[in-house]
Design a protein around this ligand. Structure first.
Ligand SMILES: [Fe+2]
Length: 254
């Protein structure tokens, strides 16, 4: 019998406090291995603070659109926003991240694959950032069934884990377990300070997943953002649990 428990997080968004809390919480829950599905920067002040945590905790990473952009020093994050106000906020934090990111860290990001396909405990596991269709695809729970099916069929795996959209959910789609693990970098627009990740249990070809709400030192994250002079709109999200920027992409049902 083979059994594995994985701790899988998404989007740390330059939040070292929640990344450390994730690693500690997942280990305490008995996770054998830790994964991060990308978007290391993009909201908090200090992206460089993540690198030693990823290394010390042995967190295996997939590159997100943000990491690809920072590694290439692209002019923007490639997040896929359309609203001008969203784009202005996204540009401001992208410029901050690009200007402050250690180029050795950026070079390391360039070495990351944009997806990983691994066989664990008899399960074919596909780790992606947006979806099997695109790096910056927003895989919302409220998508129509045919849209869900198209993404599952593009993969063919037993389990697919993704992030990018920022809201966690899990469900079975035509026999495939799909888990959007949420993000560590900001709350899930639910009026709480908590952030989310997933514990995935794999045993002899069977898979199950639990979404975990994580408490962390959000006051320290808010203070570091204020000290760096980042917009109050970003800090407010950390403090209130409600999104204030980049909400134009959010479907009404979400
Ligand atoms: Fe992303």
């Amino acid at each position: 019998m083979t059994r594995k428990r994985l701790g899988i997080c998404g989007g740390p968004y330059a939040n070292p406090y929640s990344l450390r809390a994730f690693a500690a919480d997942a280990r305490a829950r008995g996770c054998d291995e830790l994964f991060c599905l990308g978007d290391l920067g993009g909201f908090g002040a200090d992206i460089n603070a993540l690198w030693p945590i990823l290394a010390e905790e042995g967190i295996v990473c997939v590159a997100g659109n943000y990491d690809v952009a920072i590694a290439r020093a692209d002019p923007d994050c490639g997040c896929g926003y359309r609203d001008p106000t969203d784009n202005a906020f996204a540009q401001l934090i992208y410029d901050h991240t690009l200007a402050t990111c250690d180029r050795d860290f950026a070079a390391w990001m360039a070495t990351l694959p944009t997806e990983r396909r691994v066989k664990v405990a008899g399960c074919d596991l596909h780790l992606v950032h947006g979806s099997p269709l695109a790096l910056n695809d927003f895989w919302w729970e409220s998508l129509p069934e045919e849209e869900h099916r198209a993404r599952v069929e593009a993969s063919g795996a037993d389990v697919i884990c993704c992030t990018h959209s920022g809201l966690p959910w899990r469900r079975r789609i035509d026999g495939t377990l799909v888990v959007n693990v949420g993000v560590l970098g900001k709350p899930a627009n639910d009026g709480t300070n908590r952030v989310w990740y997933a514990v995935v249990d794999l045993e002899d070809g069977r898979a199950d997943a639990t979404l975990v709400a994580l408490d962390y030192d959000w006051k320290a994250q808010a203070a570091s953002m204020r000290a760096a002079g980042l917009p109050e709109a970003f800090v407010e999200t950390i403090e209130t649990g409600w999104w204030t920027t980049c909400i134009e992409v959010l479907p009404p049902a979400e």
